[in-house]
Every structure is written in C-alpha cells, then in structure tokens.
Write a protein that binds this ligand. Structure first.
Ligand code: ACO
Length: 323
C-alpha cells in the first residue's frame, strides 16, 4: 500500500504590493469598505510580462529546495490554474521545461479556487496507484489579468501568487501508517456555472474575458460547502474536529473563514489566514498558506491539517493531511 506524503513547501509572491488606499486612488472604493467586508488590506500584482509559468517556477524551485529534492526526481507536475500562459499547451509543460525536466508527465487542472485541492487529489491518486513517485503540485494565478478594473465589486478581492508542494509516494506501513494525505474529497455542481465565471474564452468570444460574480450567492455556498466537506473528510477518517491542529481554507474572504470556524466549532486561532496580505489568489491560496505556516514553524510533525476550498463551477473539495 502506498500513500503520498508532503515533503516540501514553497511560495512566490510578485514584488509589487497594491494597498487598498492605492486602489482607492483609481476606483470608487475605500480601505475601510474593503477591510470590513473582506479582511483584505493589500495584494501582490504580477509585473508586466511576468507569467503564470514564471511565478509557478519560482514557487516550485523554493519547494524543491525545501524538500531537498532534485528536479530530476520529479516525474509528475500538476499545476492548478485558471489563468494559463496560453490557451494551450498546459502551462505545467512550460514549468517542466523551465525546470529542465524531460521525463514524466505535466498537465494543468482547472477548478478555479478549488484548483489546488483538485490537483492534490489527482497527484495523490496517481502516487497511490504507483503511476509516479515524486510529484510537484502547484497552484499559480495571475488573476489581475482577468479582472475588470472598473468593477469595484470584484477587482478589490483578488491578487497574484503561486504556492507549490512536493509529494512523495511512501509505504503506508510501519511509521508511515498514520502520515501523509489521509483522504481527498472533490465535488462539482455545474448548475451554479453562472454564479462565478469569466465572460470570455476560446469557444465563446475568442478573448480571455473578465471575471463576473454573484458575490452574495458565492459567499453563501462557500460557507456551506467548505464546512460540509471538512465534516465529510473527518467522518471518512473517523476523526473529530477537536483533533484538527490547523484548518487551511481557501482564502477568499475573512468573513467566510470566520463563518466556517463558527459552523465547525473550531477556534479561530486554528485557521491559517493570509487573505489580509495576499487577497484571493484563487488556486494559489492554499499552497501559499501551507508554505507560510510551514516556514514560520506553525506546522509541526504529526499535525492534522484540513484543507477546504470552493471555486467557480461550483467546484469544491477537502483534503486531510497528517504531517
Ligand atoms: N468599495 C465600495 N463600495 C462597494 C465596493 C467596493 N469595492 N463593492 C461594492 N460596493 C458597494 C455596492 O455598490 C453596494 O452599494 P449600494 O448599496 O449603494 O448598492 C454596497 O457596496 C453593497 O454591495 P454588495 O455587493 O451587496 O456587498 P456585500 O455585502 O455582498 O459584499 C462581497 C460584497 C465582499 C463581494 C461579498 O459578497 C463577498 O465577499 N462574497 C464572496 C465572494 C468572494 O469572495 N468571491 C471570491 C471568488 S469565489 C471564492 O473564492 C470562494
């Protein structure tokens, strides 16, 4: 029996920081409104010419170093993104090439803000089946390129960034019995397609389009599904919420996270929060938060970590990890 273990974390944030006050100089908004409704104070924005593959590569290199793994060891790259460099080929193949990897398989996964959980589930299943040994699982986005900067209801919510993790297949017996990715659960329901979407694409307008959102509906479903799917994961493993050391939810909005904590009866201190400094970086939020909590020493060996996300589609899911 094989099980995947997360052995390294890495992240990359573009240099340019844009505060709420900076935005208020260009659009009709205020620091107070944004903070109160979302908890966001600032976001990182990619430089002109800085691509999803560039920031993904930076995060990947950091994760490889953190894991002490050579690029030659990677035989699977799964990149979660809704903002690929080009319509095709997969941005993961460019990351593969930039890292000098000529073997294995590299592909993208598209589940918007749930993308990292989908990518993790995909990589975990492949490792458990023995189809690969060492995987690079990345969430990377440049949402700044698909925002309508005249729509104050959406453009203030997002940022750019990338997070990466290294997974390695290990024997699930002996010391490893209780360690690694314990479970993943992923779901989608396309009846909600129009709640959160981009109004362009190759087969519709032929342009990239801009993000459109029914904010209140997204909020409601995010709280409901992201809580529900943590309960599903815990029940599947015969564990209780009290045993969770850290909840790392998709970082869309601090109020969504507070509501989830309340529903789950989880102390707020057990939630890793980055949305205040990074805003919503879609598929990148969870691996960015994992990398931050790993590097500042919050994540420790033996910790039980729950991941939970919802994005366009709607698509949602959870993962339970034992470090
Ligand atoms: N600055 C100032 N005023 C604003 C802004 C802004 N940036 N945006 C909207 N407003 C105004 C509106 O025009 C409206 O004014 P009105 O009352 O005069 O008409 C007022 O604020 C209230 O607008 P609502 O849209 O009703 O505000 P709401 O309380 O729903 O908050 C928000 C909006 C923050 C988007 C909220 O619905 C939300 O967080 N939803 C979740 C969406 C989300 O996080 N999506 C991310 C992608 S999905 C995911 O990651 C899970």
């Amino acid at each position: 029996m094989l099980r995947s273990q997360i052995i390294g974390f890495g992240s990359y944030l573009p240099k340019d920081v844009v505060t709420n006050d900076d935005l208020a100089k260009k659009i009709d908004t205020s620091d107070e409104w944004i903070r109160k409704r979302t908890g966001i104070a600032q976001r990182h924005i990619a430089a002109d010419g800085e691509l999803t593959s560039d920031i993904a590569e930076q995060a990947a290199r950091a994760a490889l170093e953190n894991a002490g793994v050579a690029t030659d060891d990677i035989d699977l790259i799964v990149l979660a993104t809704a903002t690929p460099d080009n319509t095709f080929p997969a941005t993961a193949t460019r990351v593969q090439s930039n890292l000098g990897i000529r073997r294995g398989v590299a592909f993208d996964v598209q589940a918007v803000c749930a993308g990292y959980v989908y990518a993790l589930a995909t990589a975990d299943n492949m490792l458990r089946l023995g189809q690969a040994e060492t995987a690079l699982v990345i969430g990377a986005e440049v949402f700044s390129r698909i925002l309508d900067w005249d729509d104050r209801g959406t453009c203030v919510l997002f940022g750019d960034g990338a997070g990466a993790t290294i997974l390695r297949a290990a024997d699930a017996a002996g010391n490893n019995q209780d360690r690694g990715v314990l479970s993943t659960h992923i779901y989608s329901d396309g009846a909600y397609y129009d709640m959160l979407y981009v109004d362009g694409g190759p087969s519709t307008t032929g342009t990239s389009g801009h993000l459109r959102m029914e904010g209140k509906e997204v909020f409601r479903h995010a709280v409901h599904r992201m809580s529900e799917v943590v309960v599903t994961a815990l029940e599947h493993n015969g564990l209780s919420i009290d045993e969770v050391d850290w909840l790392i939810p998709h970082q869309a909005n601090k109020r969504i996270m507070d509501s989830i904590a309340k529903r789950l009866s989880l102390p707020e201190e057990k939630i890793v929060v980055t949305v205040d400094r990074q805003a919503n970086t879609s598929a990148a939020t969870i691996p960015l938060a994992l990398a931050e909590a790993a590097s500042d020493g919050r994540l420790r060996e033996g910790n039980l970590i729950a991941l939970s996300a919802l994005g366009g589609g709607f698509s949602w899911g959870s993962a339970l990890l034992r470090l």
